[in-house]
Unconditional design. Structure first.
Length: 56
């Protein structure tokens, strides 16, 4: 996977996670865990199918 592709994947995941959490994408930091970001198991279950759809 190229650096450009990896950056695109990260950007997409950040945007989708921000939407699920109701925060701005800029608030999603790679250095924080899902728990620290506020991702509960309930939100995670709903988010996972949406996060894999754009990736194929």
């Amino acid at each position: 996977m190229s650096v450009k592709d990896l950056q695109s994947v990260k950007k997409t995941i950040r945007r989708l996670l921000a939407d699920a959490l109701g925060v701005a994408a800029e608030e999603i930091s790679e250095s924080r865990t899902f728990f620290e970001l506020g991702l509960t198991s309930r939100i995670g279950v709903m988010w996972m199918p949406r996060s894999t759809r754009p990736m194929g």
